[in-house]
Design a binder for this molecule. Structure first.
Ligand SMILES: NC(=O)c1ccc[n+]([C@@H]2O[C@H](COP(=O)([O-])OP(=O)(O)OC[C@H]3O[C@@H](n4cnc5c(N)ncnc54)[C@H](OP(=O)(O)O)[C@@H]3O)[C@@H](O)[C@H]2O)c1
Length: 302
Protein backbone atom coordinates (compact mmCIF):
# COMPACT_ATOMS: atom_id res chain seq x y z
CA UNK A 1 0.00 0.00 0.00
CA UNK A 2 2.67 2.53 -0.92
CA UNK A 3 1.49 6.11 -0.53
CA UNK A 4 -1.25 5.15 1.90
CA UNK A 5 -1.26 6.82 5.30
CA UNK A 6 -0.63 4.06 7.84
CA UNK A 7 -3.05 4.34 10.77
CA UNK A 8 -2.83 2.15 13.85
CA UNK A 9 -6.06 1.99 15.88
CA UNK A 10 -6.02 0.71 19.47
CA UNK A 11 -9.23 -0.49 21.12
CA UNK A 12 -10.34 -1.17 17.55
CA UNK A 13 -13.24 -3.50 18.43
CA UNK A 14 -14.93 -0.98 20.74
CA UNK A 15 -17.96 1.10 19.82
CA UNK A 16 -16.03 3.89 18.07
CA UNK A 17 -13.26 1.57 16.90
CA UNK A 18 -15.42 -0.60 14.63
CA UNK A 19 -16.92 2.47 12.95
CA UNK A 20 -13.55 4.17 12.55
CA UNK A 21 -11.87 1.11 11.06
CA UNK A 22 -14.65 0.57 8.50
CA UNK A 23 -14.74 4.29 7.67
CA UNK A 24 -10.98 4.35 7.04
CA UNK A 25 -11.34 1.29 4.82
CA UNK A 26 -14.10 3.06 2.83
CA UNK A 27 -16.54 0.35 3.88
CA UNK A 28 -20.15 1.04 4.82
CA UNK A 29 -20.90 1.92 8.43
CA UNK A 30 -24.41 1.37 9.83
CA UNK A 31 -26.08 4.68 10.61
CA UNK A 32 -23.58 6.80 8.71
CA UNK A 33 -24.47 9.70 6.46
CA UNK A 34 -22.49 9.27 3.23
CA UNK A 35 -23.38 12.83 2.23
CA UNK A 36 -21.67 14.33 5.29
CA UNK A 37 -18.06 15.08 4.37
CA UNK A 38 -16.73 17.46 7.05
CA UNK A 39 -13.61 18.17 5.00
CA UNK A 40 -15.26 17.90 1.55
CA UNK A 41 -12.98 15.04 0.55
CA UNK A 42 -14.33 11.57 -0.02
CA UNK A 43 -12.39 8.66 1.39
CA UNK A 44 -11.05 6.47 -1.37
CA UNK A 45 -10.29 2.76 -0.90
CA UNK A 46 -6.60 2.36 -0.17
CA UNK A 47 -6.15 5.93 1.11
CA UNK A 48 -5.38 4.48 4.54
CA UNK A 49 -3.43 1.38 5.48
CA UNK A 50 -5.29 0.43 8.67
CA UNK A 51 -3.76 -1.65 11.46
CA UNK A 52 -6.74 -2.39 13.72
CA UNK A 53 -5.67 -3.79 17.09
CA UNK A 54 -8.15 -5.13 19.62
CA UNK A 55 -7.45 -5.37 23.35
CA UNK A 56 -6.34 -8.95 22.74
CA UNK A 57 -3.93 -7.85 19.98
CA UNK A 58 -2.37 -5.08 22.05
CA UNK A 59 -2.87 -4.28 25.72
CA UNK A 60 -1.94 -0.61 25.83
CA UNK A 61 -1.03 -0.85 29.52
CA UNK A 62 1.97 -3.06 28.58
CA UNK A 63 4.67 -0.56 27.78
CA UNK A 64 7.10 -3.04 26.20
CA UNK A 65 4.40 -4.42 23.90
CA UNK A 66 3.37 -0.92 22.85
CA UNK A 67 7.00 0.01 22.12
CA UNK A 68 7.54 -3.16 20.09
CA UNK A 69 4.36 -2.69 18.04
CA UNK A 70 5.09 0.97 17.34
CA UNK A 71 8.61 0.12 16.17
CA UNK A 72 7.41 -2.75 13.96
CA UNK A 73 4.33 -1.12 12.46
CA UNK A 74 5.86 2.26 11.58
CA UNK A 75 2.49 3.98 11.66
CA UNK A 76 2.06 7.59 10.57
CA UNK A 77 -0.82 8.08 13.00
CA UNK A 78 -2.02 6.23 16.11
CA UNK A 79 -5.67 6.66 17.09
CA UNK A 80 -6.04 5.55 20.69
CA UNK A 81 -9.57 4.30 21.40
CA UNK A 82 -8.55 1.93 24.20
CA UNK A 83 -10.20 3.15 27.37
CA UNK A 84 -11.82 2.20 30.65
CA UNK A 85 -15.36 3.38 29.89
CA UNK A 86 -17.46 1.80 32.67
CA UNK A 87 -18.17 5.07 34.48
CA UNK A 88 -19.88 3.61 37.57
CA UNK A 89 -17.55 0.61 37.95
CA UNK A 90 -14.59 3.00 37.85
CA UNK A 91 -15.61 4.45 41.22
CA UNK A 92 -14.38 1.23 42.87
CA UNK A 93 -11.62 0.47 40.37
CA UNK A 94 -9.54 3.64 40.32
CA UNK A 95 -6.18 1.89 39.93
CA UNK A 96 -7.13 0.01 36.76
CA UNK A 97 -8.98 3.03 35.40
CA UNK A 98 -5.94 5.26 35.99
CA UNK A 99 -3.59 2.76 34.39
CA UNK A 100 -5.64 2.68 31.20
CA UNK A 101 -7.04 6.21 30.86
CA UNK A 102 -4.05 8.11 32.23
CA UNK A 103 -0.75 6.18 32.39
CA UNK A 104 -1.10 4.35 29.07
CA UNK A 105 -1.95 7.59 27.25
CA UNK A 106 1.24 9.16 28.58
CA UNK A 107 3.22 6.11 27.49
CA UNK A 108 1.65 6.18 24.02
CA UNK A 109 2.42 9.89 23.70
CA UNK A 110 6.05 9.39 24.71
CA UNK A 111 6.59 6.36 22.47
CA UNK A 112 4.78 7.92 19.49
CA UNK A 113 7.13 10.89 19.89
CA UNK A 114 10.14 8.55 19.74
CA UNK A 115 9.02 7.02 16.42
CA UNK A 116 7.67 10.31 15.03
CA UNK A 117 4.12 9.15 14.76
CA UNK A 118 1.17 11.47 15.42
CA UNK A 119 -1.03 10.51 18.39
CA UNK A 120 -4.78 11.15 18.43
CA UNK A 121 -6.59 10.19 21.61
CA UNK A 122 -10.21 10.58 22.61
CA UNK A 123 -11.53 12.16 25.81
CA UNK A 124 -14.85 13.07 27.37
CA UNK A 125 -17.26 15.80 28.49
CA UNK A 126 -17.01 14.21 31.95
CA UNK A 127 -13.85 16.26 32.53
CA UNK A 128 -16.29 19.11 33.31
CA UNK A 129 -18.44 19.62 36.42
CA UNK A 130 -21.48 20.92 34.53
CA UNK A 131 -21.70 24.21 36.43
CA UNK A 132 -20.87 26.55 33.55
CA UNK A 133 -24.49 26.89 32.42
CA UNK A 134 -23.51 26.98 28.75
CA UNK A 135 -21.77 24.74 26.22
CA UNK A 136 -18.15 23.95 27.07
CA UNK A 137 -15.36 25.13 24.79
CA UNK A 138 -11.95 23.51 24.53
CA UNK A 139 -10.08 25.73 26.99
CA UNK A 140 -12.73 25.88 29.69
CA UNK A 141 -11.61 24.97 33.19
CA UNK A 142 -12.03 21.28 33.97
CA UNK A 143 -13.28 19.84 37.24
CA UNK A 144 -14.25 16.16 36.93
CA UNK A 145 -16.88 14.81 39.31
CA UNK A 146 -16.00 11.12 39.05
CA UNK A 147 -13.05 8.73 38.80
CA UNK A 148 -13.58 8.16 35.06
CA UNK A 149 -13.51 11.92 34.39
CA UNK A 150 -10.48 12.43 36.64
CA UNK A 151 -8.50 9.74 34.83
CA UNK A 152 -9.54 10.97 31.38
CA UNK A 153 -8.44 14.51 32.34
CA UNK A 154 -5.13 13.13 33.58
CA UNK A 155 -4.77 11.36 30.22
CA UNK A 156 -5.35 14.67 28.40
CA UNK A 157 -2.61 16.26 30.50
CA UNK A 158 -0.27 13.34 29.80
CA UNK A 159 -0.30 14.19 26.08
CA UNK A 160 2.42 16.20 24.38
CA UNK A 161 1.61 19.61 22.91
CA UNK A 162 1.64 18.31 19.34
CA UNK A 163 -0.73 15.38 20.04
CA UNK A 164 -4.43 15.70 19.23
CA UNK A 165 -7.11 15.18 21.87
CA UNK A 166 -10.71 14.89 20.63
CA UNK A 167 -13.29 15.31 23.37
CA UNK A 168 -16.66 13.77 22.66
CA UNK A 169 -19.78 12.93 24.66
CA UNK A 170 -22.66 10.43 24.99
CA UNK A 171 -21.37 8.20 22.19
CA UNK A 172 -23.97 6.06 20.41
CA UNK A 173 -22.99 3.49 17.79
CA UNK A 174 -25.30 1.05 16.03
CA UNK A 175 -22.82 -1.75 16.80
CA UNK A 176 -22.19 -0.52 20.36
CA UNK A 177 -23.86 -1.50 23.60
CA UNK A 178 -25.79 1.63 24.51
CA UNK A 179 -29.07 3.04 25.81
CA UNK A 180 -30.64 3.63 22.42
CA UNK A 181 -30.75 -0.13 21.84
CA UNK A 182 -32.07 -0.65 25.36
CA UNK A 183 -34.87 1.91 24.96
CA UNK A 184 -35.83 0.65 21.49
CA UNK A 185 -35.92 -2.97 22.69
CA UNK A 186 -37.97 -2.18 25.77
CA UNK A 187 -40.60 0.04 24.19
CA UNK A 188 -41.06 -2.36 21.30
CA UNK A 189 -41.85 -5.06 23.90
CA UNK A 190 -44.42 -2.69 25.46
CA UNK A 191 -42.29 -2.06 28.56
CA UNK A 192 -41.99 1.40 30.10
CA UNK A 193 -38.69 3.18 30.66
CA UNK A 194 -37.62 6.03 32.94
CA UNK A 195 -34.98 8.54 31.90
CA UNK A 196 -33.52 11.60 33.57
CA UNK A 197 -34.65 15.07 32.59
CA UNK A 198 -31.91 16.83 34.56
CA UNK A 199 -28.79 15.70 32.69
CA UNK A 200 -28.15 17.76 29.58
CA UNK A 201 -25.40 17.12 27.08
CA UNK A 202 -24.55 16.46 23.45
CA UNK A 203 -25.12 13.07 21.87
CA UNK A 204 -22.51 11.82 19.41
CA UNK A 205 -23.27 9.18 16.81
CA UNK A 206 -20.14 7.11 16.41
CA UNK A 207 -20.52 6.87 12.63
CA UNK A 208 -20.26 10.70 12.51
CA UNK A 209 -17.43 10.77 15.06
CA UNK A 210 -15.56 8.23 12.94
CA UNK A 211 -15.91 10.42 9.86
CA UNK A 212 -14.76 13.45 11.86
CA UNK A 213 -11.75 11.48 13.09
CA UNK A 214 -10.77 10.86 9.47
CA UNK A 215 -10.46 14.63 8.99
CA UNK A 216 -8.30 14.80 12.11
CA UNK A 217 -6.17 11.87 10.91
CA UNK A 218 -5.57 13.64 7.60
CA UNK A 219 -4.83 17.06 9.05
CA UNK A 220 -3.25 16.10 12.41
CA UNK A 221 -4.11 19.39 14.13
CA UNK A 222 -2.41 19.68 17.52
CA UNK A 223 -4.27 20.32 20.74
CA UNK A 224 -7.81 19.97 22.01
CA UNK A 225 -10.89 19.60 19.78
CA UNK A 226 -14.54 19.04 20.66
CA UNK A 227 -16.77 16.92 18.45
CA UNK A 228 -20.43 16.02 19.09
CA UNK A 229 -23.68 16.11 17.17
CA UNK A 230 -25.59 19.36 17.22
CA UNK A 231 -28.04 20.77 19.77
CA UNK A 232 -27.96 19.97 23.46
CA UNK A 233 -30.43 17.41 24.70
CA UNK A 234 -31.46 15.44 27.81
CA UNK A 235 -31.59 11.66 28.12
CA UNK A 236 -35.36 12.04 28.47
CA UNK A 237 -35.53 13.85 25.10
CA UNK A 238 -33.52 11.04 23.50
CA UNK A 239 -35.69 8.32 25.06
CA UNK A 240 -38.89 10.02 23.87
CA UNK A 241 -37.51 10.44 20.35
CA UNK A 242 -36.51 6.75 20.24
CA UNK A 243 -39.97 5.66 21.38
CA UNK A 244 -41.73 7.89 18.83
CA UNK A 245 -39.54 6.46 16.07
CA UNK A 246 -40.01 2.84 17.14
CA UNK A 247 -43.65 2.65 18.31
CA UNK A 248 -45.12 5.97 17.12
CA UNK A 249 -45.61 7.60 20.54
CA UNK A 250 -43.68 8.24 23.76
CA UNK A 251 -46.33 7.14 26.27
CA UNK A 252 -44.04 4.46 27.70
CA UNK A 253 -41.25 6.94 28.50
CA UNK A 254 -41.35 8.53 31.94
CA UNK A 255 -39.32 11.34 33.41
CA UNK A 256 -37.23 10.95 36.55
CA UNK A 257 -34.79 13.17 38.42
CA UNK A 258 -31.24 11.92 38.94
CA UNK A 259 -31.71 12.15 42.73
CA UNK A 260 -34.75 9.84 42.50
CA UNK A 261 -32.97 7.07 40.57
CA UNK A 262 -33.05 3.75 42.39
CA UNK A 263 -30.36 2.61 42.79
CA UNK A 264 -28.50 5.93 42.71
CA UNK A 265 -25.61 5.56 40.21
CA UNK A 266 -22.21 5.28 41.91
CA UNK A 267 -20.60 7.99 39.80
CA UNK A 268 -21.74 11.60 39.91
CA UNK A 269 -22.45 13.08 36.49
CA UNK A 270 -22.44 16.72 35.37
CA UNK A 271 -25.92 18.23 35.08
CA UNK A 272 -24.98 20.06 31.90
CA UNK A 273 -21.89 19.13 29.88
CA UNK A 274 -22.75 19.84 26.27
CA UNK A 275 -19.69 20.41 24.09
CA UNK A 276 -19.41 23.42 21.82
CA UNK A 277 -18.16 22.58 18.33
CA UNK A 278 -17.52 26.22 17.45
CA UNK A 279 -13.76 25.62 17.10
CA UNK A 280 -14.45 22.67 14.79
CA UNK A 281 -16.77 24.60 12.46
CA UNK A 282 -14.81 27.85 12.57
CA UNK A 283 -11.72 25.90 11.49
CA UNK A 284 -13.43 25.03 8.23
CA UNK A 285 -14.86 21.59 9.06
CA UNK A 286 -18.48 20.89 8.23
CA UNK A 287 -21.01 21.43 11.00
CA UNK A 288 -22.01 18.16 12.69
CA UNK A 289 -25.51 16.94 11.92
CA UNK A 290 -28.21 17.47 14.56
CA UNK A 291 -28.65 14.67 17.12
CA UNK A 292 -32.18 14.01 15.81
CA UNK A 293 -30.75 13.35 12.35
CA UNK A 294 -28.13 10.98 13.77
CA UNK A 295 -30.74 9.19 15.87
CA UNK A 296 -33.04 8.63 12.89
CA UNK A 297 -30.13 7.12 10.92
CA UNK A 298 -29.20 4.94 13.91
CA UNK A 299 -32.74 3.60 14.31
CA UNK A 300 -33.22 3.01 10.60
CA UNK A 301 -29.95 1.07 10.49
CA UNK A 302 -30.44 -1.09 13.56
N1 LIG B 1 -19.02 5.77 25.16
C1 LIG B 1 -19.20 7.05 25.47
O1 LIG B 1 -20.33 7.50 25.75
C2 LIG B 1 -18.03 8.00 25.46
C3 LIG B 1 -18.25 9.35 25.79
C4 LIG B 1 -17.18 10.24 25.75
C5 LIG B 1 -15.92 9.78 25.42
N2 LIG B 1 -15.73 8.47 25.13
C6 LIG B 1 -14.38 8.03 24.80
O2 LIG B 1 -14.37 7.54 23.47
C7 LIG B 1 -13.37 6.53 23.33
C8 LIG B 1 -13.98 5.29 22.69
O3 LIG B 1 -15.05 4.86 23.52
P1 LIG B 1 -16.02 3.65 23.12
O4 LIG B 1 -17.40 4.10 23.33
O5 LIG B 1 -15.62 3.10 21.80
O6 LIG B 1 -15.63 2.64 24.27
P2 LIG B 1 -15.71 1.04 24.31
O7 LIG B 1 -16.76 0.54 23.40
O8 LIG B 1 -15.76 0.68 25.76
O9 LIG B 1 -14.31 0.61 23.71
C9 LIG B 1 -13.12 0.65 24.46
C10 LIG B 1 -12.19 -0.37 23.87
O10 LIG B 1 -10.97 -0.38 24.64
C11 LIG B 1 -10.57 -1.74 24.74
N3 LIG B 1 -9.66 -1.91 25.87
C12 LIG B 1 -9.95 -2.00 27.18
N4 LIG B 1 -8.82 -2.18 27.90
C13 LIG B 1 -7.79 -2.17 26.99
C14 LIG B 1 -6.38 -2.31 27.11
N5 LIG B 1 -5.79 -2.46 28.30
N6 LIG B 1 -5.65 -2.28 25.98
C15 LIG B 1 -6.24 -2.13 24.76
N7 LIG B 1 -7.55 -2.01 24.59
C16 LIG B 1 -8.32 -2.02 25.70
C17 LIG B 1 -11.86 -2.51 24.93
O11 LIG B 1 -11.66 -3.86 24.62
P3 LIG B 1 -12.35 -5.01 25.50
O12 LIG B 1 -13.79 -4.63 25.61
O13 LIG B 1 -12.10 -6.25 24.70
O14 LIG B 1 -11.65 -5.00 26.83
C18 LIG B 1 -12.75 -1.81 23.91
O15 LIG B 1 -12.59 -2.38 22.63
C19 LIG B 1 -12.81 6.31 24.75
O16 LIG B 1 -11.64 7.06 24.91
C20 LIG B 1 -13.90 6.87 25.66
O17 LIG B 1 -13.38 7.31 26.89
C21 LIG B 1 -16.76 7.57 25.11
Amino acid sequence: MSGALRVLVTGATGQVGVDLVDTLRAESVPGSDPTWQPDSREIFPGEFDVIALSHRDLDVTRRDDVARVLKNVRADVVVNLAAYTRVDAAENDAVACTELNDTSVGVLSELCGEVQCHLITVSTDFVFDGNKGAAYVEDDVTNPLNVYGLTKRAGELACAANDTVVRTSWVLGVRGKNVVHLIADRVSRGESVRFVSDQRGTATFSADLARALVSVIRDQPAGMWHFANGEDVTWLDIARAVARHVVGNDELVHSVLTSDLDPVPLAKRPARSDLSTHKWTSSGYGAPRAWSNGLARFLDAR
